[in-house]
Ligand binder design. Sequence first.
Ligand SMILES: Nc1ncnc2c1ncn2[C@@H]1O[C@H](COP(=O)(O)OP(=O)(O)OP(=O)(O)O)[C@@H](O)[C@H]1O
Ligand SMILES: [Mg+2]
Length: 258
Amino acid sequence: MSSEPEPAVELRSAAVSRGGRTIWEHGDFAIPRGALVVVIGPNGSGKTTMLNVVLGLLPVSSGSVQVLGSEPRRGDPRIGYVPQNYTATVGNAVRARDLVALGLAGDRWGLGRLTADERERVEATIEAVGATGFADRRMSTLSGGQQQRIAIAQALVSQPELLLLDEPLANLDMRNQNEVVELLDRIRSESDMTVVVVAHDLNPLLSVLTGAVYLLDGHPHYDEIGEVVDEHLLTHLYGTRIRVVHTAQGDMFTRSGR
Ligand SMILES: Nc1ncnc2c1ncn2[C@@H]1O[C@H](COP(=O)(O)OP(=O)(O)OP(=O)(O)O)[C@@H](O)[C@H]1O
Ligand SMILES: [Mg+2]
């Protein structure tokens, strides 16, 4: 038997439909373990739908999906998830630390219901995301960047093998975007976790990404990041002119231009 681990996510001829309409089809790719991958595509192209399939919340209508070597299943403890607009939907009065604890406790609301080991894990995770200084505060009193760290801590606290984040950089200023990106990069390099992040702006992520899933004309594809940061591909994908600029340091930037 090969010791090579199964891919983190593998689609074979996969298609998905919602409300009787095909959202995407002919999905045939594998995301290797330990990758840091962005999911890109225009609004409505099915990025959140892709995460829902991996989470086992939505079945494929044809083909197959494997996640960490098995069929997707709802509530898989090996997967951590930060939903789109998550921080806007949590109760404002909730204390940040309790929200992180929820990632371990599920229905057992509140830190009091956790074992000593679990409480220790909550504290370690809060420290790992740089939230120690504000973990006692209520979510409503935190900045968007601070709230996003707490959301990530909640998804991380159960030590998942695969972390899915749906637009975690939305509504963050550039400094907070960079801090969240550095956090994701550190998490991945320290733990071998696979990280999949939906984003509209590639720029803050470019230096840390290893690959990209892109939803082009109703078909999901996966490739290494160097292949995806391509003017023709990105221009076609977004339907607006995108430029790729290589600097002396080798950095690449994408932006709309004429
Ligand atoms: N619950 C649902 N029932 C039926 N159709 C849905 C449902 N949720 C989403 N859709 C449709 O599925 C398609 C893909 O939606 P999805 O949310 O995956 O897109 P997205 O790429 O994440 O978009 P965005 O960038 O706006 O977040 C859209 O056409 C949307 O209208
Ligand atoms: Mg979405």
